[in-house]
Design a protein around this ligand. Structure first.
Ligand SMILES: [Zn+2]
Length: 749
């Protein structure tokens, strides 16, 4: 086959366009822009360009699918705009699409020269990716309502076969038109998967004929203020969205969460839970313990019925079944679940979850469907053939491929677009590499791509959605499509500037690339310094040091700020002399332990490091934003560490700030103990104090715990222990999960 000339001209599309070649060297051809995103694998630009004018015709065999129609309607608007300069049209140029070359499925070539515009691929997908490049080239090269195509030769293909966006339409509901707008944008940036999150504790969004309560009851929640919020997609809505996506070669993968994140379903049909008791659709954010009962066969009948209807609506080979964040407290207390564990010879509730997933997987695979699950599906044994989506770092993906399973990477470190720009900015997304170090060639091949996730707890409307997803999606699109060795962030940022007008035309209310500045602490001897780092050269910074006996005048930032007093540093960024964004407040503390050596007895989490080993003695305090980089987290474990001061010092007080946000399983410790020593061997206990905290208190707050000595003491070593409540308490929606301690600083005075 290889040596035979291929004449499978499946997709010959002759679009005769009357185009006018620009006279070389005339001023009518402005500077050409080739800034396609994602960056093509090979692009050779040359001098010259074609003007688009009107009077074009499009012809194509029916087999070609929707590309022809899509292209002609795209061109129609553009060429009408340029009627004024159409007089000098001097010939026909053909767009020819054929299958003469061999690429991977989405590969294509695109050539523009003075004689023709030629798009080549051997698949419809490839032609659609070529169209995306062609459209971008045309739109990027608009001048005063007139469009031209610069001469160029592109050969292009995808680095990863799975390039997705997870859109959570459950926490907040988005209308059909918004979903379609996102499908357009995914296609425009050569993403190929919409991972559609349709069921949650806070809302069931997909109509299921056999179980009308799922949407009559499960799609609506009563908010804390008494208002009702909700919505759902009818079968017709879903067919419309899937057909629309299919026409653009975007695969829609539905996510039906199980066994957890299912309180809305339980609210609709209480018999699905272990207790059988009626619960409301959740109206707060978090993880909820009312999950499907694993011991009740009627649950599996229900899920099989639901999935049967889901399969009718979604042609994808994949169904995402969630599998994440399922607290096991109900299963532990449920006779039916316990009976299942013993009858099936399972070790514990983790293995019961594996049983649950495997049973659903078996059902789906009988219909030829493959499951995708979050990395928790690894716990208690991974089902063969399951595709793992790694979100808690890359580890789940690594473990999956070591088992021989495929994986998709969407770690919270780079791919969570609901996180603020202080945690994940454009540059961070652009630095993402879905292939972690240390994998063999075969294992690397099992990582089929990545996704960016937009969870919508705090995304109530389209405007907010746009500002979270864009421009970060463009960086993810490039990471997943383009060659990783061609990454050049400054060059990417230049290219992205030319795409903002295009996003505006798409009706996208995009957000910023980054916070105006970042900061870090520099430690030298016993002094902490605050370093401010503007995001770009256009940004200047002014700051004011607010403390009891400070001057409190606004000062231009030029160099490191020594932290000599405890207080707050307020920073205002400026761009072109005008305030740029809100003021930033950084609380700081100067105390005896700054830059002391800290030895950890318990380990802090790699996700919340406060900057590392000196994070608790760096002079920087935390704010109510627990991702501000100041908080150090201990998960399911006490905090225990020793501090070695610079020689013996007279001290009388040790205090620490702790954080509580019980929706995210973060609790103030139950008690704190301080011990002191002059030699690090013989310890004297100062005191153990109880926090007297109410773990049920909702919202985000910070509590300080202080221990004082009645008389000042000469010490070199301090040991601090804070007791974790260990498990999320029984009354909590996520009862039984490991609890967090968050601490920002150990202040010694
Ligand atoms: Zn049960």
């Amino acid at each position: 086959m290889k040596n035979q000339p291929s004449f499978h001209l499946l997709f010959i599309l002759a679009i005769s366009l009357i185009l006018a070649a620009c006279d070389e060297g005339t001023t009518s051809s402005p500077e050409a822009k080739w800034g396609i995103i994602p960056k093509p694998q090979k692009l050779i630009a040359s001098e010259g360009a074609l003007h688009l004018s009107n009077n074009f015709t499009v012809e194509a065999p029916a087999k070609f699918g929707t590309a022809e129609k899509e292209l002609s309607s795209f061109l129609a608007g553009k060429t009408q705009l340029s009627q004024a300069n159409a007089a000098d049209a001097n010939g026909k140029i053909y767009l020819i699409l054929d299958s003469m070359r061999s690429f991977n499925n989405e590969g294509y070539s695109l050539e523009v020269n003075q004689d023709e515009v030629k798009l080549t691929s051997n698949t419809q997908e490839g032609i659609h990716r070529a169209l995306a490049s062609l459209k971008q080239l045309i739109l990027l090269n608009e001048t005063d309502g007139s469009y031209f195509l610069p001469f160029v030769k592109i050969e292009d293909w995808a680095s990863f076969e799975h390039r997705g966006l997870l859109l959570d339409c459950s926490r907040h509901f988005f209308e059909v038109d918004v979903v379609k707008k996102y499908i357009d944008l995914l296609a425009f940036y050569k993403m190929n998967t919409l991972h559609w999150h349709l069921t949650e504790d806070q809302g069931w969004r997909i109509a299921i004929d056999k179980y009308p309560n799922l949407t009559e009851i499960g799609a609506y929640r009563t908010e804390a203020d008494g208002s009702v919020y909700g919505g759902f997609y009818s079968r017709e809505d879903i067919k419309e969205i899937v057909a629309y996506a299919t026409s653009k070669h975007i695969e829609v993968i539905p996510e039906i969460e199980l066994p957890g994140h299912s309180q809305a379903a339980v609210a609709a049909y209480p018999h699905l839970s272990c207790t059988g008791q009626s619960v409301p659709v959740a109206n707060d954010w978090g993880v909820f313990k009312e999950i499907y009962c694993a011991g009740n066969d009627s649950v599996f009948i229900f899920l099989e019925d639901v999935l049967t209807e889901v399969m009718e609506l979604f042609p994808s080979d994949y169904i995402h079944i969630g599998g994440d964040e399922a607290p096991k407290v109900r299963w532990e207390e449920c006779d039916k679940c316990q009976r299942r564990i013993s009858e099936e010879g399972l070790a514990d509730a983790e293995e019961l979850q594996s049983y649950f997933i495997r049973r659903i997987q078996t059902f789906l695979s009988e219909s030829g469907k493959q499951i995708i699950g979050w990395d928790e599906i690894l716990e208690g044994g991974l089902a063969k053939g399951a595709l793992v989506q790694s979100w808690r770092g890359m580890e789940g993906g690594i473990e999956a491929v070591k088992h021989g399973n495929q994986a998709i990477m969407s770690p919270t470190s780079h791919a969570y677009f609901d996180y603020g720009l202080d945690a994940i900015d454009l540059k961070k997304v652009y630095s993402f590499n879905p292939i972690p170090a240390g994998l063999s060639k075969e294992e690397q091949k099992l990582i089929i791509g990545g996704e960016c996730n937009i969870w919508t707890e705090h995304v109530p409307d389209e405007k907010t959605l746009d500002s979270r997803v864009f421009p970060r999606l463009l960086a993810m699109a490039e990471v997943l499509w383009s060659d990783s060795t061609s990454r050049d962030y400054p060059e990417f940022v230049e290219r992205i500037q030319t795409h903002y007008p295009l996003l505006e035309k798409h009706g996208v209310q995009y957000g910023k690339e980054s916070v105006a500045m970042s900061h870090q602490m520099e430690l030298d001897a016993g002094v902490a310094y605050l370093e401010l780092i503007p995001y770009s050269e256009e940004i200047s910074l002014k700051y004011q040091y607010d403390c009891l006996d400070c001057d409190q005048v606004e000062t231009e930032y030029t160099t490191l700020i020594p932290i000599l007093k405890s207080g707050t540093i307020r920073i205002q960024p400026f761009k072109n002399q005008r305030p740029y964004g809100d003021s930033i407040f950084i609380p700081v503390s100067n105390h005896r332990a700054v830059n002391a050596q800290v030895n950890y007895i318990s380990e802090f989490s790699e996700w919340y490091t406060a900057g590392g080993e000196r994070g608790l003695v760096d002079g920087k305090l935390g704010t109510l934003n627990f991702r501000d980089g100041a908080w150090q987290g201990f998960w399911g474990d006490d905090l225990e560490c020793t501090i070695q001061l610079y020689g013996a010092s007279e001290i009388s007080s040790v205090s620490a700030h702790f954080y509580q946000y019980n929706n995210s399983w973060v609790f103030i410790p139950t008690e704190m103990t301080v011990e002191v020593s002059s030699d690090g061997k013989n310890w004297k206990s100062w005191e153990t104090v109880s926090s007297n905290n109410d773990p049920k208190q909702r919202g985000k707050f910070i509590q300080s715990i202080q221990i004082r000595s009645t008389t000042p003491e000469q010490v070199t070593f301090i040991r601090l222990t804070a007791k974790n409540i260990e498990k999320v308490p029984d009354w909590h929606e996520a009862a039984g999960s490991d609890a967090w301690i968050f601490i920002d600083e150990i202040i010694v005075e």
